[in-house]
Ligand binder design. Structure first.
Ligand code: NAI
Length: 338
């Protein structure tokens, strides 16, 4: 198929002599939503993006027109399903960020979103596999523990899967952990650098406070762990039925996208972000797992091990694994059902 042979804009630039064109085409799918709009705004500020391509089932022409007046150098285009909009949005993309899908309401778990979001993510992944098979895919849509395996299975079926280019965005858990610890320890957020591993829902979120360099009381560890695992619920409750985290998520999504751009476009070394990827860390038990990952020109460069943990944290991992296993199996089964 012609489209699947389209090369990405970075690949094209390898043949270009213009240094100033060294930037990427990035698509946001779900760009009109609560996360999509502020995320697109933050990405519009990146010098490493030449073309910001916004796709949603509604409203992207307006969002794109608005953002296109900001005087940073990237071009902004808006696409809806009409007139092959998804193809236009995706062809030539280096990075695709997916915040499309419904958010939680009070009392819902992320898994409660599965029925609606699984098919949205499957269909968008299918389009990515067809129109930009080499792009890095960043999945924000929940439940991340299942939607990432869904994208993997769709890409496998299309014969274009590259595990190094598929990421579940778990950055918000690390952003929250840093903020919450900085409040408790009265330090800056730069000093509160907290590793969070596992997945992205409730007990699958595993903060490794023992690796932070701070001394915590037992009560602090329990309270902080619970708050990091269920911090999303604070926002869902406060928003009172109107959605979940959007602004902090846009910040976290932009942080991850910018880190990947630095690695892919600028070729910077040693950039490490936590992310939910196909991982050998607990290979026998779970195929996908978040740990710190070094990013490189081809996506995943090096997956860091869990490192030294204490008995409490081992207990958290033991609780996370069965749930993660179920979430991953559910995503895979959804794509592979007859
Ligand atoms: P929202 O409802 O405000 O926006 C979602 C957007 O997706 C809407 O504009 C909608 O039109 C669009 N959409 C729906 N179906 C689509 C399709 N087939 N193609 C393209 N666009 C489509 O929701 P919000 O708050 O932006 O959340 C989006 C997702 O992100 C939710 O699943 C939410 O649970 C998840 N999320 C993930 C977090 C993470 O840490 N990974 C944190 C917070 C939310």
């Amino acid at each position: 198929m012609f489209a699947s042979r389209q090369i990405s804009s970075i690949a094209k630039r390898a043949f270009s002599t213009s240094a100033s064109s060294n930037a990427a085409k990035v698509a946001v799918l779900g760009a009109s939503g609560g996360i999509g709009q502020p995320l697109s705004l933050l990405l519009k500020q990146s010098k490493l993006i030449s073309h910001l391509s916004l796709y949603d089932i509604v409203n992207t022409p307006g969002v794109a027109a608005d953002l296109s007046h900001i005087n940073s150098n990237s071009k902004v285009t808006g696409h809806i399903p009409d007139n092959d909009g998804i193809k236009e949005a995706l062809v030539g993309c280096d990075i695709v960020v997916i915040p499309a899908g419904v958010p939680r309401k009070p009392g819902m778990t992320r898994d409660d979103l599965f029925n609606t979001n699984a098919s949205i993510v499957r269909d968008l992944a299918s389009a990515c596999a067809e129109y930009c098979p080499k792009a890095h895919i960043l999945v924000i849509a929940n439940p991340v523990n299942s939607t990432v395996p869904i994208v993997a299975e769709v890409f496998k079926k299309a014969g274009v899967y590259d595990a190094k280019r598929l990421f579940g965005v778990t950055t918000l858990d690390v952003v929250r952990a840093s903020r919450f610890v900085s409040e408790v320890k009265k330090v800056t957020t730069e000093e509160a650098n907290i590793t969070v591993i596992g997945g992205h829902s409730g007990v699958t979120i595993v903060p490794l406070l023992s690796q932070s360099g701070f001394k915590f009381t037992e009560d602090e560890v329990k309270a902080l762990t619970k708050r990091i695992q269920f911090g999303g619920d604070e926002v869902v409750t406060a928003k009172n039925g109107t959605g979940s985290a959007t602004l902090s998520m846009a910040f976290a999504g932009a942080r991850f996208t910018n880190s990947l751009l630095e690695a892919v476009v600028s070729g910077k070394k040693g950039i490490v972000e936590p992310t939910f990827v196909e991982s050998p860390v607990f290979e026998k038990d779970v195929q996908f797992f978040a740990t710190n990952v070094e990013l490189g020109p081809n996506g995943v460069e090096k997956i860091h091990p869990v490192g030294k943990i204490n008995q409490f944290e081992q207990g958290l991992i033991d609780a996370a694994i069965p749930e993660l296993k179920n979430n991953i199996a559910k995503g895979k089964a959804f794509v592979n059902k007859a």
